[in-house]
Design a protein around this ligand. Structure first.
Ligand SMILES: [Cu+2]
Length: 133
């Protein structure tokens, strides 16, 4: 009778050990099992944008967390700027010149971008949004 109880106890300890190990996201050899979240790809997500009085086109950039992003931005009329403050980006856009902005989208969320060079009456409307899913 005692032997049966001991065998049951050992079996229960074994089962709870296995549940504990797996609930900590580890496999038996102790390696961490990767998160199921998308990790982004190695290819660069490219967006060609224009800036002009008083808008960015496109004004919505959608990427996934972990993506490498390149914004190729050209002002087609006068001096503008593009600032994505949450990503520490602020570039001056000389008229007719193209600026490449590269960054890794390592933060999820919705990040506004704005024109950072005073460009006239519609300056405050010159904005857009970076969405990192
Ligand atoms: Cu402006």
């Amino acid at each position: 009778m005692n032997k049966i109880l001991i065998i049951i106890a050992i079996a229960l300890i074994g089962i709870f050990t296995i549940i504990y190990v797996y609930s900590n996201n580890k496999n038996v050899s102790g390696e961490i099992i990767q998160d199921l979240e998308p990790q982004g790809s190695d290819e660069i997500k490219e967006f060609t944008m224009t800036a002009r009085k008083w808008k960015f086109e496109p004004n919505e950039i959608i990427v996934n967390k972990g993506d490498k992003v390149r914004l190729t931005v050209t002002s087609i009329d006068m001096a503008h700027g593009i600032a994505i403050s949450d990503y520490g980006i602020n570039e001056y856009l000389s008229p007719g010149q193209t600026v490449d902005i590269e960054f890794t989208a390592d933060k999820k969320g919705r990040f506004p971008f704005v024109c950072s060079v005073s460009c006239g009456i519609g300056h405050r409307d010159m904005r857009g949004i970076l969405i990192v899913n």
